[in-house]
Design a protein around this ligand. Sequence first.
Ligand code: BG6
Length: 499
Amino acid sequence: MQKPENNSIVIFGASGDLTHRKLIPALYQLFENEQLSDDFAILGVSRTEYSDTAFRDKLRQSLIENEKVNEGILEAFLQHIYYQAIDTQNVNDYAKIKNRLVEINFRHNCQHNVLYYLSTPPSLYGVIPECLAAHQLNDESEGWKRLIVEKPFGYDLQSSIELDDKIHQSFAEHQIYRIDHYLGKETVQNLLVLRFSNGLFEPLWNRNYIDYVEITGAEALGVEERGGYYDGSGAMRDMFQNHLLQVLALVAMESPAVINAKSMRDEVVKVLQSLHPLTPENLEENLVLGQYTRSKVRGVELPGYREEKGVDPQSRTETYVALRLTIDNWRWSGVPFYVRSGKRMPTRVTEIVIHFKKTPHPVFNMNAPENKLIIRIQPDEGIVMSFGLKQPGSGFKAKEVAMDFHYDSIAEGHLFSAYERLLLDALNGDATLFTRSDAVQAAWKFVQPILDYKAGTPKIHGYACGTWGPEAANKLMSNSQREWRFPCKNLTDTNYCEL
Ligand code: BG6
């Protein structure tokens, strides 16, 4: 991968959790693997006062505690880090950033290229670009200026349109990088390679051969320390509107003409725009919302969602969502996609299961084995293909067997984490794996009826921590004689599941 031009990276929200858990570790890894530019600087910005040295000390401690670091390399990395305290809401304070950038640019020869990363509460996503522009910090006459915006991009359709308009007043579309970290995952990108570099799957990848598709994004953790944020968001906004719809788009899209930002994102948006619209009438039978309740899991008593810190004790926010949806296009018409996501499930797993139609004439036994392709995004990244073979012994009975491939068997050297990959792409000006404005709006447009429905008093089904969600979600499938796969931590453990 090419090295970016010299640059400075300004992280807003520098004392926050994302900066410490994801951004700085990703930048450190890129530095250790010699992927960053020959010279660069990182300027942390937030409200708390720190000196450069105090900020470096804080990062040093958190990197040593949480990452595998080489001390010599770590010290060299920290020499690129600076800090500036400002009141992010006060436009005059941005003069301090401007001055720091001049000084840093001189010291590190950053060639006036700047990547701004908005890792702040979403309420500041509109304010910061406007304040940067007021000081011409968006001006590209001497070097590029790019802006990474974290999710959530808006709270619903209307607010996402307003936010987009607001940011566009100060930054042009080619400068805006809307990050969805799922697109940075190696195995999510592998979906494209699997589909479009093999002659084997593509001819079958349509309504003629596929019975249904499952997409699961399950987490074992609860809301942890983020109850305050999550209670106003829920699984629909937190996981479904962005991560899972992006994964779905990669499963369903047509082949792009070439792999570049325009071609790829044109195909993604077509899928999102073809999702069959949800209405109050069809939602009742296609949507299940759930919330986890107190339960003992592996000997540990876990609190219910309503008992979590920052959560309203009467909360009706969903921590689980399952939706049956269809895509109105030539390829997918009539094929149901079942998508579910939840917190406090038995294990952490993200996977896609393609269920092929059964043979029309099962001569070998009444119940012909299923042909499935399981694409595991995380953990134990890999693929399993199941089909029928002759059961050894007398007669001609078919038995379901599986062929499996584990991604780690071809991984050589350092594998980029999602944030490493996406930061590097943004530094290189490659927006292929970032979400375009029209795709974000198409996704919000699709989920808006669910948000409206949630605003009433829809049924919220309780499910005990450590289970696969409410019984009602099984009915979504069983009504059509289908069933969810219950995935395990280990891709090929089909008879055992951690409960
Ligand atoms: C984040 C959500 O975007 O994605 C979290 O806000 C969720 O609630 C996380 O836990 C899941 O990401 P990953 O990479 O752990 O699957």
